[in-house]
Write a protein that binds this ligand. Structure first.
Ligand code: PRX
Length: 663
C-alpha cells in the first residue's frame, strides 16, 4: 500500500459519521434484539438457526465437520431439496401468492404465483429428466434475466443436477471454456433478447460455443423470447430441443424432488481469479441454502409479505443468492428486470418500484452513481417507499451513500452495505440493520458467526483504529463457503488458503481464508473495504481478471504482449486500461486499437472492453520476469510511480508515463 493510499484512508476516516435506523424499521425488523444476534454468533451452533429455516428430508447429525480443513462439511448427514424448499413447502399457505414479478424490457411483464412456479419447474424438470439428465450432471444456462432462468435452475436442482449459470453477456469463447471446465453436456439458451429496444441474437453464441468446446454437448434446449421462435434462429437437428415444441408433453407433470445430501453440489459459479482460467466456485446444498436463507431473513430483513427487488443479473452470485434462492426460500415476492435501467426512460426503475410497491431495493454503487449522474428529477415524480436499501459489489463512496440515502431512501431509509464474494455464497460483512448505526463508506461488522480481521503481508494482525490497511481475511468457516474449485482442490488451497494458513495443520483455527481484498478496521470495529489487492478488477460490479483480458488481447496476431490494469472511474468504479506491445515491425494504428478492443469483446464480452489502449515499446518487467502491473496502475491513475527498484529496466515506466501524458 503506497503512502498516498494510506493518507487517503486517513483523510477519509476523518469524515466519520453515523446514521441511526428509524424506529418504524426497528419495530418490524426480524432481529431487533441484541440477544438474538448473540445466539446466532455462537460458533458453529448459531448457524443451526439458519438451517432451521429450511425443511429437511433428513435432519443433520452434526453442525460442522471441520476434521479436514479447508474442506468443510456443514449440517452433516442432512438431506434436503432446494426446489422443494423454494416452492412446494409454500403451496399450502400461499399457493396464489406471487413468487416472481418479471418486467421485460420492451414492456411485457409476467407474474408467477407459487403455484405457477411449481407447475413450470415440474414441467422443466420432467423435460430435463427425459433428456437423460440425472443427479450430478451439470446443466449450463446462458440466458438473460427471464423467468425461465430461475425456473430452469430450480428444475435442475429438483432432479439433483447442479446448475452452472453463465452470465448472458459472456461470449461463445467464454461459454465454451465454462462448458469444458464443468464437463457439462447440457446447455440452455434462447433465440435472443432485447437491449434498449433492439433484438439481439443469442443462439448463435450457443452454436459457436458447442463447436469450440471439447466436451460433447448432447442437448441444447432453446427457449424463445416471443410467441414464435425468431425466424433466423438455426436449429441443429438431433441436438437442439425447442422447448416450446415439447412443452405440451409435460403439462401437469410432477417430478418428485430428489433428496440431496447436505454436501452434494447445488451449483457452480465461474468467477475471475488472478490467472487466465476462470474458477468454478462449487457450492453445496445444505450449508449454502441455510446461509442464504438466514442472511435473507435477518440481514435483508425479508418477510414473506415483502416485495423485494434486486437489480442484478441472475448470472452472477448476487442473483443466485438474493434474487432466486433467498427470497423464494422465505416465500416472499422476488422482482426481476430484464432490461437496461434507462430504457425507455431514466425514471423507469422508479416507475416500476411504484407500480409494484417494492419494499426492499438492492443495487450496486455503479448503478447509484449512474442514477446520481442522471439527477434526482428522474425520481421525484414517483411514489415509492422502501423500508430497506442494499448496496453490494463495490465500495460505496460516502457521498454516493448519502445520495442513495437522501434521494432513494428519501432521508430516512435504512441502508446496508454488504460485502461478500462468489466464494462466500452469502454476505459475510454487514450490519444487521436494526442493531447498528450506519456509517457511510463502511460495510460494518462481520456477520454473526463470522470472524474477520486485517493482516499485514507477513500475517500479523493490524491494530484496529490505526488507519493502516491490510489483507482482509476470514478466520473461521461459515455455511455459505465454497466447497472447493470444481475439479481443482489444489488451486482452491493455493488461491484462498496458502498465504496465511498452516497447511500442515488439521485444526481449523490454523486455516485462514484470504479474501483478496484490502480493508481497514476502525477503532469502532467498522470495516472499510478498499478493493482488490490482487490482479482482479471490478468494472461496474463485474469481476474481471487482468490475465483473462490479457490472454484475449494477445490473440490479435499483431500483438506481442499485453498488460491490463484498472483505472478508477467516477461511474463504473473501475475500467480496464490495456498496455500493448506490438510485434517487431508492426506500427500502431487505430485499426489495431479497434482490433484489441474487439478481441476482448469477442473473447469475454462487451462489458469487459478496455476503456483505453496504449501501444508501448516495452512493459515493466521485474528482474524475475514478472510484469509489474502496479506501476502501470500508477500511470493509469495519475499517481506518483511507486517503487521501481526491482525492475529489469527501471526507465520503462517513466517512458510510458511520458507517452501517456503527451497523448
Ligand atoms: O472486491 C470485493 C467486491 O467484489 C468482490 C467479489 O466479487 P464477486 O465475486 O463478483 O461478487 C460480487 C457480489 C458479492 C470482492 O472481493 N465487493 C463485493 N461487495 C463489496 C465489495 N467491495 C466493497 N464493498 C462491498 N460491499
Amino acid at each position: 500500500m503506497s503512502h498516498e493510499e494510506r493518507s487517503t484512508i486517513e483523510a477519509r476516516l476523518a469524515e466519520e459519521e453515523y446514521y441511526s435506523p428509524n424506529p418504524e424499521f426497528i419495530g418490524q425488523a426480524n432481529v431487533s434484539d441484541r440477544s438474538v444476534y448473540d445466539r446466532f454468533d455462537e460458533f458453529p451452533d448459531g448457524f443451526e438457526e439458519y438451517a432451521e429455516l429450511l425443511d429437511w428430508d433428513e435432519h443433520w447429525t452434526d453442525v460442522l465437520d471441520a476434521s479436514n480443513p479447508p474442506f468443510y462439511d456443514w449440517f452433516v448427514g442432512g438431506k434436503l431439496n432446494a426446489s422443494y424448499n423454494c416452492i412446494d413447502r409454500h403451496l399450502d399457505a400461499h399457493r396464489d401468492k406471487t413468487a416472481i414479478i418479471w418486467e421485460g424490457e420492451p414492456g411485457d411483464s409476467r407474474r408467477l404465483a407459487y403455484q405457477d412456479l411449481y407447475r413450470e419447474v415440474n414441467e422443466f424438470a420432467a423435460m430435463f429428466r427425459d433428456a437423460g439428465i440425472g443427479a450430478d450432471d451439470v446443466v449450463t444456462f446462458h440466458l438473460p434475466v427471464i423467468p425461465e432462468l430461475p425456473i430452469g435452475m430450480l428444475a435442475a436442482a429438483r432432479i439433483g443436477a447442479p446448475h452452472s449459470v453463465v452470465f448472458g453477456g459472456f461470449t461463445a469463447a467464454a461459454l465454451a471454456n465454462r462448458l469444458d471446465d464443468a464437463n457439462s453436456r447440457y446447455l440452455v439458451t434462447i433465440d435472443g433478447y432485447y437491449r434498449r429496444g433492439k433484438f439481439l441474437d443469442h443462439k448463435q453464441k450457443a452454436d459457436e460455443a458447442v463447436e469450440q468446446a471439447s466436451v460433447d454437448v448432447d442437448t441444447v434446449f432453446v427457449l424463445q423470447r416471443e410467441k414464435e421462435l425468431h425466424p433466423e434462429t438455426k436449429i441443429v437437428e438431433g441436438r437442439d430441443v425447442v422447448v416450446e415444441d415439447v412443452r405440451s408433453q409435460y403439462r401437469g407433470a410432477h417430478v418428485e424432488p430428489v433428496p440431496r445430501a447436505s454436501d452434494d453440489i447445488l451449483f457452480l459459479m465461474y468467477t475471475s481469479g488472478t490467472t487466465g482460467k476462470p474458477k468454478g466456485a462449487q457450492h453445496g446444498t445444505g450449508g449454502y441454502l441455510s446461509y442464504v436463507a438466514g442472511t435473507s431473513k435477518y440481514l435483508f430483513d425479508i418477510h414473506s409479505t415483502d416485495t423485494y427487488w434486486c437489480l442484478a443479473d441472475i448470472g452472477w452470485i448476487t442473483g443466485h443468492s438474493y434474487m432466486v434462492y433467498g427470497p423464494l426460500l422465505l416465500g416472499a415476492t422476488s422482482m426481476m428486470y430484464e432490461g437496461a435501467p434507462d430504457h425507455p426512460h431514466k425514471g423507469y426503475i422508479w416507475e416500476l418500484a411504484e407500480k409494484h410497491a417494492v419494499d426492499i431495493f438492492h443495487t450496486s454503487p455503479t448503478a447509484v452513481r449512474m442514477f446520481m449522474k442522471w439527477g434526482e428529477t428522474h425520481l421525484e415524480p414517483y411514489d415509492f417507499e422502501f423500508k430497506l436499501l442494499v448496496s453490494v459489489g463495490e465500495p460505496i463512496q460516502p457521498e454516493v451513500w448519502r445520495w442513495y440515502y437522501d434521494h432513494v431512501g428519501r432521508g430516512d431509509t435504512v441502508i446496508i452495505d454488504t460485502w461478500w464474494q462468489t466464494e462466500t455464497g452469502g454476505v459475510v460483512m454487514s450490519n444487521l440493520p436494526a442493531l447498528a448505526d450506519m456509517k457511510p463508506g463502511s460495510v460494518g461488522h462481520p456477520m454473526p458467526g463470522i470472524q474477520a480481521t486485517v493482516l499485514d503481508d507477513d500475517g500479523n494482525e493490524i491494530e484496529p483504529g490505526t488507519g493502516t490497511a491490510g489483507n482482509l481475511v476470514l478466520t473461521r468457516p461459515w455455511p455459505g463457503i465454497l466447497q472447493t474449485l470444481y475439479g481443482d482442490d489444489e488451486r482452491y488451497i493455493s488461491e484462498y488458503w496458502e498465504k496465511f494458513s498452516d497447511l500442515e495443520s488439521r485444526n481449523m483455527d490454523d486455516w485462514i481464508y484470504r479474501t483478496g481484498d484490502g480493508a481497514v478496521e476502525a477503532a469502532d470495529g467498522y470495516f472499510r473495504i478498499l478493493g482488490r489487492l490482487d490482479d482482479v478488477m471490478n468494472v461496474s460490479g463485474h469481476r474481471l481478471g487482468s490475465m483473462e483480458l490479457e490472454s484475449t488481447i494477445v490473440e490479435v496476431p499483431a500483438v506481442a504482449e499485453a498488460a491490463v490494469v484498472a483505472r478508477d472511474d467516477p461511474v463504473k468504479g473501475q475500467v480496464p486500461d490495456a498496455y500493448v506491445v506490438l510485434k517487431e515491425g508492426v506500427e500502431p494504428s487505430d485499426d489495431l486499437r479497434e482490433a484489441v478492443v474487439a478481441s476482448v469483446a469477442e473473447g469475454i464480452g462487451k462489458f469487459a472492453r478496455p476503456a483505453h489502449v496504449e501501444f508501448v515499446d516495452a512493459l515493466p518487467y521485474t528482474k524475475s520476469g514478472k510484469i509489474m502491473r502496479r506501476l502501470l496502475s500508477d500511470i493509469s491513475n495519475d499517481r506518483e510511480l511507486s517503487d521501481t527498484t526491482t525492475l529489469e529496466d527501471p526507465s520503462v515506466p517513466e517512458q510510458i508515463r511520458r507517452q501517456v501524458q503527451g497523448a
